[in-house]
Unconditional design. Structure first.
Length: 201
């Protein structure tokens, strides 16, 4: 059983790499055979077709990398708002950091958005599941913001949706970095600047 899981995970890992770098149509079973050094009979033993393989990659590799780490949620509860900002990374940055950890891909930002675009097209209800993950981030942000306001760490007078502002700013920076690889912007620095504007004087 352990050997079966090892082979299956290898196929998923190699398939994810191919889907990050290519459009869905261009990822062939022949390319996957070469990448994972397994014959197509072995690949089809675990995944009945390319669609099922892609769905498994989304469910078992992509979405876990999108999840908010427990450490970040715990920091929102137990530490200051500034400490939370220091440790928080946007959903897209979590995916990109995971891609960088797994593969030697030159523009991991672009590969991330390439994969998301494909998933929107080839994975049923992807946008809804992705939105649910963002909502979890927003829930933690809202808790951290309310706590910061209750402890007078930041002003109570702000009338905008701060959680949406912080998350959108972080995600926007990540998207911009797809195209400006020479001078990438650190989303944490921008978040700290915004935090300093919100601080109680």
């Amino acid at each position: 059983m352990a050997k079966n899981n090892e082979v299956r995970n290898l196929i998923l890992e190699k398939a994810y790499n191919l889907f990050l770098l290519n459009n869905f149509e261009k990822v062939t079973i022949s390319k996957l055979e070469k990448s994972c050094e397994k014959i197509r009979g072995t690949i089809f033993y675990y995944f009945s077709n390319k669609q099922k393989l892609f769905e498994a990659v989304v469910d078992e590799v992509f979405f876990p990398s999108l999840s908010l780490p427990n450490e970040v949620s715990e920091t929102a509860v137990s530490a200051s708002f500034q400490s939370f900002i220091d440790i928080y990374t946007s959903p897209e940055d979590r995916i990109i950091n995971d891609i960088k950890f797994r593969y030697n891909i030159k523009n991991a930002n672009m590969s991330c958005y390439n994969f998301i675009t494909q998933a929107c097209q080839y994975y049923n209800n992807f946008q809804e599941k992705y939105r649910d993950a963002i909502i979890k981030d927003a829930t933690v942000w809202n808790y951290a913001i309310r706590k910061a306001q209750d402890t007078n760490e930041i002003s109570r007078d702000i009338k905008v949706d701060l959680s949406a502002l912080f998350i959108s700013m972080s995600s926007g920076v990540t998207f911009r970095n797809c195209f400006d690889t020479e001078s990438t912007t650190d989303q944490t620095i921008l978040s700290i600047k915004l935090y300093n504007l919100l601080k109680e004087k």
